[in-house]
Design a protein around this ligand. Structure first.
Ligand code: PLP
Length: 426
């Protein structure tokens, strides 16, 4: 029975390796589990929401090579908002750090994993955001997973936008505070919940994405801060899709609303606009950062950020602290794309943000549209359930300061051609 299972499911080399393990684990459970997985995989395919991964054979940039295509492809779906992922100075800083500080630390921060460059980057982050201190994490997913549990206890209450990023949802699940979920960007609902919570909670924390990545829309942050003040609550924002490029000088959602310094705690990523390698952080009051270094589990129990990653991000902050030219460029490109696409009859969700979701509705249409765009030399991806709600499939275009006007016009032309072919626009 075991051997028959092997023949059916495994290629021979895998089968030889897996034989002893499968025997000792019991074939029936093994085989039944595989069919269960296959059923689920098949259901995803049938629903048209299968996410295939295209393989890039070059650096991350505006012009990339993709396996299976001989032409240079224009990339319109990276979070490379400032075009810094392959910036020569950023790459050079990483190379130098590799020589000077090594490939990695083989340690968590508090044992023997803190180098001078980690401390320097944390200083740059807090300076950039105008905060007292900052703490690095392996990713922003980890920063979100590690914040709430350390910061809030059962005596506290947390108020979270229903469409916050998955990592915030998971982070909040891990904490013992009383949980309230308010309707997406709905200030009335938030206020009702703040009222309902009353004064019983020791600390109240309102939690929102600064910019929501699927729709490119912005949290009503000024009004949220006003409500928080009125009901004696603190505020938290996730700035992954804002830091470095959103707001006049790239300081993010606070700057976009002209309310710099009003938010209490900010989490963000180094894995998007800020060089795109990896890493995340929390920045805010010194005592909170001190506490996170003592209590936050993804910080305490996960390896230090590798030196080349740290040095590349540090170079990005050097660039951003000295000029906001890249930030102005991405804003201009965004306006150009949004205006041309709207004129052509497409519905573009979101507001003034380089995330420009081209709304298509149907999952299969979105995926077919994206495949046809690739044939036109434009790399975009269709997003469908469960990443976005059912019936709200879209192609999420992301503008970078590295896109030229020509690049943007080429993308719009391709959208219009294919949009006509697929009866999306007339
Ligand atoms: N928060 C938001 C809003 C994000 O979009 C992402 C990434 O997709 C994350 C957090 C996680 O960031 P990281 O890739 O650094 O883990």
């Amino acid at each position: 029975m075991m051997i028959r299972g092997c023949k059916v499911f495994l290629k021979s080399s895998v089968c030889r390796v897996g034989l002893a393990g499968a025997l000792s684990r019991g074939t029936h459970a093994h085989t039944a589990f595989r069919s269960l997985l296959k059923e689920q995989l098949n259901a995803i395919k049938v629903a048209g929401t299968w996410k295939a991964e295209r393989i890039i054979t070059s650096k991350q940039d505006v012009g990339i090579s993709v396996q299976g295509s001989n032409n240079k492809i224009l990339n319109f779906c990276a979070n490379n908002y400032l075009g810094l992922s392959s910036h020569p100075d950023v790459v050079e800083a990483g190379k130098k750090a590799l020589d000077e500080f090594g490939a990695g630390l083989s340690s968590v921060r508090f044992i023997c994993g803190t180098q001078s460059i980690h401390k320097k980057l944390e200083r740059q982050i807090s300076e950039f955001h105008g905060r007292e201190d900052a703490i690095l994490y392996p990713s922003c997913f980890d920063a979100n997973a590690g914040l709430f549990e350390a910061m809030l206890g059962p005596e506290d209450a947390v108020f979270s936008d229903e469409l916050n990023h998955a990592s915030i949802i998971d982070g909040i699940r891990l904490c013992k505070a009383k949980k309230y979920r308010y309707k997406h960007r709905d200030l009335n609902d938030l206020e009702n919940l703040l009222k309902e919570a009353g004064n019983s909670a020791r600390t109240k924390l309102v939690v929102t994405d600064g910019v929501f990545s699927m729709d490119g829309n912005v949290a009503p942050l000024k009004a949220i801060c006003d409500l928080a003040e009125k009901y004696n609550a603190l505020t938290f924002i996730d700035e992954c899709h804002a830091t470095g490029f959103f707001g006049k000088t790239g300081r993010g959602t606070e700057e976009f609303f002209g309310i710099e310094g009003r938010v209490d705690v900010i989490n963000s990523t180094l894995g998007k606009a800020l060089g795109g390698a990896a890493g995340g952080y929390t920045t805010g009051p010194k005592e909170l950062i001190d506490l996170l270094r003592q209590k936050s589990r993804p910080y305490l129990f996960s390896n230090s950020l590798p030196p080349p990653v740290v040095a590349s991000a540090s170079k990005v902050f050097d660039l951003l602290l000295s000029s906001s030219e890249l930030c102005e460029r991405v804003a201009k490109g965004t306006a150009r794309f949004r205006s041309a696409m709207t004129k052509a009859g497409f519905t573009i969700s979101g507001e003034q943000h380089p995330i420009c979701p081209v709304m298509l509705g149907d999952a299969r249409l979105a995926s077919q549209f994206a495949d046809k765009m690739l044939l036109e030399g434009i790399y975009v991806i269709g997003f469908s359930y469960p990443v976005v709600p059912q019936g709200k499939a879209r192609i999420r275009v992301q503008i970078s300061s590295a896109h030229s006007d020509d690049d943007i016009d080429r993308a719009v032309d391709a959208f219009v051609r294919i949009g006509k072919e697929l009866n999306v626009v007339s």
